[in-house]
Design a protein around this ligand. Structure first.
Ligand code: NAD
Length: 456
């Protein structure tokens, strides 16, 4: 079955149809129309999967995708054009340019936490660049996976774009095939499996992975605003956001005020009974739910900590001063648990941050320019925000992705198009001049050849 789909996409790509910009644009528009028509059903599917509030489904899934589509439809023609560069004197007479061209068949594997956006957003760039694609959404968001499959089936012929639903088995079968590009979003553990499979065919990859994102609150920060913005970025999607603040490092002198601010804002956002709030999602998978509950064992809870097994509800929870070797501080916290650790000085702060490999995101709350700069310069991470959380994802001009353990490659906007394009270098020589100097027998003095460096 997978083999047939792959063969059909190979044959279709060979027809050169996807190299026509008008063809790509026509299908991007069809996709746009279908998503607009199905927007409510997509939100319903997300609600069925993990009670995702409709506001969050619109803001962080469908509208983000529609913005990417609008931009791609408007720009695909100019993105696809050849880019002329200054011609080299050594090639005189010549024209020289970079021609973006599609790789061929692309495999996109996505996770369950933003199951619609993280499937369709890379697909838009892959198609704008002229590739064919097979999408493998997560088995843990089955309702969203189903509606993605329906939309794709309605819009595209399967030899152009198709969806393969399923879990590890489906993924493994797909990864056994040869792809021209693989785009994976998910855990670092599975990212390594994908990278190994891709290496067998020297297939280029983008790996959008995870990390433990520090959120630093300096003594000079505007604490009330910091508390509000941290609570928002942490508890949106019930903390199941790859760029959510993972843990707080707060200067000891402002810890009390920050904790109070966080409590006030959580209550302000979700009311007295958070479980009854329509604005707070559930934990999507039972495996992650159990792991999160286990993280709370033996911890000092400053706020929250309640849960309900019936629908995998876990309250926004603040954990006080956990040890670095405790479960909550060992790996990524992919849920509404926020550890808070205080520091006394810069060296202590540095020790905490350096304890972990490159994070995907990095947040600094401070009103001291020097401190902001030092934090942004000294550490390696995917992307970050000063005095807010999460929002660096909203600007399509900024590449979104990790570094080191948190991933390879960045996308969004034109970056996605560039990522899914091979940038072919072309030189077109003129025939009216052909100096003899480069041809053997070499009769030119070596003194002249040593001046070549000025001409490359
Ligand atoms: P996951 O790695 O378990 O699964 C992701 C995808 O890989 C799913 O489609 C799954 O079916 C497939 N998969 C799982 N095991 C596999 C295997 N052994 N072989 C091949 N394929 C396999 O991730 P998840 O639990 O779905 O998502 C949560 C993780 O994703 C978190 O760690 C989060 O930080 C990360 N994430 C990263 C980003 C980003 O943009 N960097 C965005 C969202 C989530």
């Amino acid at each position: 079955m997978v083999k047939d789909l792959v063969a059909a996409q190979n044959d279709f790509f060979a027809t050169q149809k996807t190299k026509e910009v008008a063809y790509r644009k026509q299908y991007l528009k069809k996709l746009q129309e279908e998503i607009v028509a199905q927007e409510d059903s997509i939100c319903d599917a997300l609600y069925a999967d993990f009670k995702k509030p409709k506001f969050e489904s619109l803001a962080t899934e469908t509208q983000l995708v529609l913005a990417e589509l609008k931009y791609a439809i408007k720009s695909v023609k100019s993105w696809s054009e050849r880019n002329h560069v200054g011609a080299s004197l050594l090639n005189f007479p010549s024209k020289e340019w970079v021609q973006p061209e599609p790789y061929g068949k692309v495999l996109i594997i996505s996770p369950w936490n933003y199951p619609f956006m993280l499937s369709i957003s890379p697909l838009i760039g892959a198609l704008a660049a002229g590739n064919t694609a097979i999408l493998k959404p997560s088995e843990f968001s089955p309702n969203t996976s189903k509606i993605i499959a329906q939309i794709i089936r309605k819009v595209f012929p399967p030899e152009y774009v198709t969806v393969v639903e399923g879990g590890v088995e489906a993924s493994t079968a797909l990864l056994a095939e040869k792809w021209e590009y693989i785009f994976f979003t998910g855990s670092t553990r599975v990212g390594k499996i994908v990278y190994k499979k891709a290496a067998e065919h020297l297939t280029p990859v983008t790996l959008e992975l995870s990390g433990k994102n520090p959120c630093i609150v300096d003594e000079s920060a505007s604490i009330k605003l910091a508390a509000k913005r941290i609570a928002w970025g942490k508890f949106i999607n019930a903390g199941q956001t790859c760029i959510a603040p993972d843990y707080i490092l707060v200067h000891k002198n402002v810890k009390k005020a920050l904790v109070e601010g966080l409590k006030t804002n959580i209550a302000g956002f979700y009311g007295e009974s958070i479980e009854a709030s329509q604005d707070f999602a559930r934990i999507t998978t039972s495996k992650h739910y159990e792991e999160l509950k286990a993280m709370l064992k033996g911890q000092q809870v400053l706020f929250g900590g309640n849960y309900n097994d019936e629908d995998q509800y876990l309250e926004p929870t603040l954990v006080d001063e956990p040890q670095l070797d405790s479960t909550v501080m060992e790996g990524e916290v992919f849920g509404p648990i926020l550890p808070i650790i205080s520091y006394a000085d810069k060296s202590e702060l540095d020790e905490y941050i350096s304890h972990y490999p490159n994070s995907l995101a990095f947040y600094v709350f401070s009103n001291t320019k020097k401190f902001q700069q030092r934090m942004m310069q000294n550490y390696s991470f995917g992307g970050g925000t000063i005095n807010d959380t999460v929002v660096h994802i909203t600007n399509k001009a900024l590449p979104f992705g990790g570094v080191g353990q948190s991933g390879i490659g960045g996308y969004h906007g034109k970056h996605t198009f560039d990522l899914f394009s091979h940038h072919k270098a072309i030189v077109q020589r003129g025939n009216w001049l052909d100096p003899a100097i480069r041809y053997a027998p070499y009769n030119v003095s070596l003194k002249w050849i040593k001046k070549l460096k000025h001409f490359f």
